[in-house]
Design a protein around this ligand. Structure first.
Ligand code: 13P
Ligand code: SF4
Length: 367
């Protein structure tokens, strides 16, 4: 890599470039960097970004690639902050992870702060012997410090594609699970496992004892954090009804972050990768209504031309934070890298990294 005395190029230089210029310059920077860089792209990324990805997939696949491809010193992560943090934890110490726009966060991940989780743990500890009784399991859509909390307390992480295995693993070891920050992924997974409603309680971090009685906590097998994805919450049972009436043969497929009222009416439920694989493998002429982020659904619609693919809502809603990664930011990050400047590096502090890795490794072993 060239070492230059110049300052990094500013992002403002990129904002008025045409789509063609950005495409050519991104491709040229990538060519210059060669096999020193790999670009990872989450399934929700826009076409202008994902077209440059070396690997694309759901959060589990991208974590696995980050862990396995230790030959690439630079990882440019086109996704959101928690995914780039996971890549930093799982990659080697000589690898550098870059997130093209630091504003690409996740509103669900922001719904659980470490102080709130620690308060919850203390409150649970006043009701039950918490370390022996409660397994903390955190959805990867969370800050690294929460993954570290789970690692340190015997727990682990999960993604939308392995939540069931993680829940089974946890109950094999402890009587209760504290599942955070997505209430819906936890509830939908437990529903599919036949867990009765009375054994699930919701923990509201803004209420004393999470809004629960001592008896309810003692009875609970699954303690679900009151958190959600604002994108997936917009899908309603009425949307499913609409498509069933309009297209009697329709198959409804949704992400498990949707509300249970939607998931229970859907034909199929699974991660972004599961949704893509299922529709891609479906016979020609089939009709699909898809309850997940719009960029993914639009791409399927354009690629699967022998099928009818619909977005399961009349309201157009994208993940506003995934959308922060655009062609100008990707080009800016790559050209700076080719000049010898690392911009927007994601670094998980060593003390968090150590325990976060323990939690992630436990999950990876199950996947
Ligand atoms: P997947 O793990 O299914 O890719 O989902 C990530 C996500 O953020 C869904 O909103
Ligand atoms: Fe977070 Fe929802 Fe966006 Fe996924 S779709 S990154 S859960 S805000």
């Amino acid at each position: 890599m060239k070492t230059v005395a110049t300052l990094p190029r500013p992002i403002t230089d990129y904002q008025s470039l045409s789509a063609e210029e950005l495409f050519e310059r991104t491709r040229a920077a990538k060519r210059t960097l060669g096999d020193r860089v790999m670009i990872l792209g989450h399934n929700y990324q826009r076409d202008e970004v994902i077209q440059h990805a070396d690997f694309r997939g759901d959060s589990l696949i991208l974590a696995q690639v980050a862990e396995q491809r230790s030959d690439r010193p630079y990882v440019v992560f086109c996704g959101v902050h928690f995914m780039a943090e996971t890549a930093d934890v799982l990659s080697r110490s000589n690898q550098t992870v870059i997130l093209p726009d630091m504003a690409a966060g996740c509103s669900m991940a922001d719904m659980a702060a470490i102080e709130q989780v620690e308060q919850c743990w203390d409150a649970l500890g006043r009701v039950v012997p918490v370390e022996e009784t409660v397994m903390p399991a955190v959805y990867v859509n969370s800050a690294a410090i929460l993954k570290a909390f789970c690692g340190e307390h015997g727990g682990l992480t999960c993604t939308s594609s392995n939540a069931r295995k993680v829940i089974e693993w946890s109950w094999a070891r402890r009587e209760k699970i504290l599942f955070f920050p997505d209430e819906h992924l936890g509830r939908n997974t437990a529903n599919k496992m036949g867990i009765p409603r009375e054994q699930m309680i919701v923990w509201d971090p803004y209420m004393p004892r999470g809004g629960n009685s001592v008896e309810a906590i003692q009875r609970a097998k699954l303690i679900l954090w009151k958190g959600h994805c604002s994108v997936h919450q917009m899908f309603q049972p009425s949307h499913v009804d609409y498509f069933r009436k309009q297209y009697p043969d329709v198959k409804v497929i949704v992400h498990p972050e949707c509300h249970e009222d939607v998931v229970n009416q859907a034909d199929l439920v699974g991660s972004t990768e599961y949704i893509i694989r299922t529709i891609t493998a479906a016979p020609a002429g089939t009709t699909w209504a898809v309850g997940t982020e719009l960029n993914l659904v639009n791409r399927l619609k354009h690629e699967q031309t022998d099928k009818k693919v619909f977005f399961l809502s009349s309201i157009v809603c994208q993940c506003a934070t995934m959308y922060r990664i655009d062609a100008p930011h990707l080009c800016w990050a790559l050209e700076n890298l080719a000049d010898g400047h690392v911009v927007n590096r994601i670094v998980v502090p060593d003390d968090e990294k150590q325990w976060a890795k323990v939690a992630l490794d436990r999950m990876m072993a199950l996947s």
